[in-house]
Write a protein that binds this ligand. Structure first.
Ligand code: DCP
Ligand code: MG
Length: 371
């Protein structure tokens, strides 16, 4: 195939929120390489480099054709010299030597292993690595390591939660929560969000938004649910975070900042209908359940659209929505609100479509947000 002449090439926006990115990635060989480079830079704490690789991967994911030659990347945004040279090397050798080197690197492998434990981030992983630890077993055997509650649960259910959650599991969790919230009030609404809303077949957890038509009634909802799960004997771990939401506050500029709605990070016991080995290795009893990571967030009804847009992702899509709002519209967007800096006013919205409209963006469906 020859490259299209430059004039007939559709322009690709530098913002993920102006691109339609489905799960059908035609450039996996390149984007896989960039994800490894991004992650390795994240471990090195080089944020700029990490973002540059993530942006490049995101642009290539949106293309509806496979790159064949350097002519194909002519005019595409976010592909600087360093990125180009990686693409060029993959054209020639089907692989990138830097990526191969990272994948063989003991430190990279170890940090990847440690951060695969729920509750362990790059900082903790680095600390353990510096102590000379190389395996999960070694971490557990180290006397002067103090695990917090989250990490303890992370190790205890590692076998289950390090595997991905299927769509069928996600649906089973949805049914379970739906049955349980009916005891709270008949008008409580439950929405699947995160990766599964974008159409993914697998995920690392299941994300839900819950809300009640009556504002304020959502406040006690999560604690009610947690209590019910406990009584049902299916609550393996729970970290509940109370609302710190303040309607007056301007939207946060920093993407990484967590939102302020009441939320909880859970590990639930999901019945599977088949027998598996016990949780601990020395346990020889079998069980008919598996541990699943579930995140719940309960915004007040008038904040629903912002919360839904923020939790649907992907992370790259969210980053660029906020960057676009700030740079192109002088607006501040986060999971709670949209603020117009020119008008000095909050802009209200009941649906995601209205938020895209207020930002002057074409609507992008959830399944097209896999940036
Ligand atoms: N999110 C957010 N603020 C953060 C982190 C994430 O608003 N600080 C959003 C973007 C994510 C969504 O929440 O897409 C859900 O987070 P997950 O980590 O569960 O990501 P996904 O559901 O997209 O992927 P996975 O399949 O790994 O669960
Ligand atoms: Mg998720």
């Amino acid at each position: 195939k020859t490259a299209l002449p430059a004039t007939s090439k559709p322009t690709v926006s530098q913002y993920a929120c102006q691109r339609r990115t489905t799960l059908d990635n035609q450039n996996k060989i390149f984007t896989d390489a960039f994800e490894v480079l991004a992650e390795s830079n994240e471990f090195l704490d080089s944020r700029g480099q990490c973002l540059a690789f993530r942006r490049a991967a995101s642009v290539l994911k949106s293309l509806q054709f496979t790159l064949r030659s350097l002519d194909d990347i002519e005019g595409l945004p976010c592909l600087g010299e360093q990125i180009k040279s990686v693409i060029e090397e993959i054209f020639e050798f089907r692989t990138c030597s830097k990526v191969e080197e990272i994948l063989r690197d003991e430190k990279y492998q170890t940090l990847k292993l440690f951060t695969s434990v729920f509750g362990v981030g790059p900082k903790t992983a680095e600390k353990w690595y510096r102590k000379g630890l190389r395996t999960l077993k070694a971490v557990l055997a180290e006397p002067d390591i103090h695990l917090n509650k989250m990490q303890e649960a992370g190790f205890l259910y590692y076998e289950d939660i390090s595997k991905s959650v299927s769509k069928a599991d996600a649906q089973a969790v949805e049914t379970l929560i739906k049955d349980t919230i009916s005891y709270y009030s008949s008008d409580t609404k439950l929405f699947l969000t995160g990766g599964f809303r974008r159409g993914k077949e697998h995920g690392h957890d299941v994300d839900f938004i819950l809300t009640t038509p009556e504002i304020g009634k959502e406040q006690a909802l999560l604690l009610f649910l947690i209590d019910k799960f406990k009584n049902l004997g299916i609550l393996l771990y729970s970290d509940f975070q109370e609302s710190t939401f303040d309607i007056q506050k301007l939207p946060s500029c920093k993407f990484e900042a967590m939102d302020h709605f009441p939320k909880c990070f859970l590990i639930l016991k999901l019945k599977t209908g088949e027998q598996t080995a016990g949780v601990q290795q020395n346990q020889n009893d079998s069980r008919d359940w598996k541990a699943i990571r579930v995140d719940l967030v309960a915004p007040p009804a008038d904040r629903y659209a912002f919360a839904m847009l923020g939790w649907t992702g992907s992370t790259q899509f969210e980053r660029d929505l906020r960057r676009y709002a700030r740079k192109e519209r002088r607006m501040l967007l986060d999971n709670h609100a949209l603020y117009d800096k020119t008008k000095h006013a909050f802009l209200e919205a009941q649906t995601e479509e209205e938020i895209f409209d207020l930002l002057g963006l074409e609507y992008i469906e959830p399944w097209q947000r896999n940036a």
